[in-house]
Design a protein around this ligand. Structure first.
Ligand code: SF4
Length: 426
């Protein structure tokens, strides 16, 4: 029996399907390369924006068109719109987020016996990106109430994974030759608050550093509050990737208040200064929403100016889309579509400028790249593509397939958001 996994949205969704794949493999299933050859297709959906919901529907249609025999839909879109999801041709079950951890046993109609992770090791999932990096879920849900956010509705209260279980998955990944793990969660900084004891995310990271040997540990998106004083000091350990994705959402204090975010622009500025005082070249990336209800010209100008000042290494800009069930969906002062588009373009231009400036400083320098993809294109050898510790996207030619290896690369060109370089022979 074969299962094919597909996913839309965040790294947490990716982490979840990696775990489900382990459950199915432990139960004797194998992983299919595509939907057509699978007995069962599992799709982990997303609803963070209207576009993500549309992508989720599209994935279900694609699986059905590919001739999938049984399609199971889970994730945020399926949780918020179960009837709609169930109505799609080929869908045999909708598994809400709160039952996702038992998805494999539900589908197999029997409980999955506790299994030793070790003999399974990690195998990158085919069909997604065959990522070398392993995404590991350490936390789910959120106790905050950001007024635009549908994720907290779909995922419920914050729940942390015990550090021993996280370590088990890290060791599995390590034994599967994984060089980089990405710790993922909805609100990572709240890790530990629901567990007995006083442990916080810093303690989890210290514990993983002390008990594993994986070469790189990266954090996925982390909300810019709830971080204790010693948090960034941990990055003295070179195994921690100096890359921080800190969603700002807006640089206007008034808009932040309407969003019910837990920080002010001043606090965010302080956090960024704290990182840069320890790691001047760390990559700080962000998410931004433009056209939030009631966003005036003045607020948008403040936001734009703040983003310019932060000199982000990159980021995503989203035009606000009202999500049903969230407080902001009922707010007055909608920003019309063409104005939101204009603001989005202006914000993207500012981000692109600072991203390019960040990248240019690495021209002529030597960086370490973990190769994520490789293809043999011609006589020159292998076209490789990978990531540095600070999340720069680098390509190079290799004489052999270096997939999942880390090499030193001298950057020779920075163009269109991609760095190219020459691999230095060791
Ligand atoms: S912190 Fe806010 S945006 Fe992030 S998951 Fe929680 S409610 Fe949503």
């Amino acid at each position: 029996m074969k299962v094919f996994f597909d996913s839309v949205g965040c790294r947490l969704n990716q982490a979840e399907i990696e775990k489900m794949a382990l459950d199915f493999r432990a139960a004797g299933y194998s992983i299919a390369e595509n939907a057509a050859e699978a007995d069962l297709v599992v799709i982990n959906t997303c609803a963070v924006t209207a576009a993500a919901s549309a992508d989720s529907r599209q994935k279900v249609r694609q699986a059905n068109r590919a001739g999938a025999q049984r399609i199971v839909v889970t994730g945020c879109w399926a949780t918020l719109e179960p009837d709609e999801a169930m109505g799609f041709a080929g869908v045999s079950a909708v598994v809400p987020n709160e039952q996702k951890d038992q998805l494999a046993s539900q589908m197999l109609g029997k409980s999955i016996e506790p299994y030793e992770l070790e003999p399974l090791e990690r195998d990158p999932l085919p069909g997604i990106h065959r990522r070398t990096r392993a995404f590991i879920k350490v936390q789910d849900g959120c106790d905050n109430h950001c007024t635009f956010c549908v994720t907290r509705l779909a995922r419920g209260k914050s729940v942390s994974t015990r550090k021993e279980s996280v370590l088990g998955e890290v060791i599995t990944a390590e034994k599967g030759q994984v060089k980089e793990i990405v710790l993922s969660g909805v609100h990572l900084a709240s890790w530990g608050r629901d567990l007995p004891g006083e442990e916080r995310l810093s303690d989890l990271i210290e514990y993983l550093l002390a008990n594993s040997r994986v070469e790189r540990i990266r954090l996925s998106s982390i909300e810019p509050w709830d971080l204790d004083e010693r948090f960034f000091d941990l990055w003295q350990n070179p195994r921690l990737c100096p890359h921080f994705h800190l969603p700002l959402q807006t640089g206007s204090g008034e808009t932040l208040q309407r969003m019910a975010r837990h920080n002010t622009p001043e606090q965010y500025r302080g956090l960024v200064a704290s990182i840069r005082s320890r790691m001047p070249e760390a990559a700080i990336t962000t998410d931004l929403i433009v056209g939030f209800p009631g966003e005036t010209e003045t607020e948008f100008a403040e936001s734009l100016q703040f983003v310019r000042e932060m000199q982000f290494a990159g980021g995503h800009v989203f035009k606000y889309s009202a999500r049903e069930g969230t407080p902001a969906a009922k707010f007055t002062g909608r920003v019309n579509g063409s104005l939101a588009r204009e603001r989005s373009q202006s914000m993207r231009a500012v981000l692109a400028e600072s991203e390019s400036r960040y990248q240019q400083q690495f021209l002529g320098r030597t960086v370490n790249v973990l190769w994520e993809s490789s293809s043999q294109l011609n006589q020159r050898g292998w076209k490789l593509h990978g990531l540095t510790e600070n999340y720069l996207s680098v390509s190079a030619w290799g004489k052999r397939n270096l997939w999942n290896e880390i090499n030193q690369v001298r950057i020779t060109e920075v163009k269109g958001g991609l760095l190219s370089g020459e691999i230095l022979e060791s």
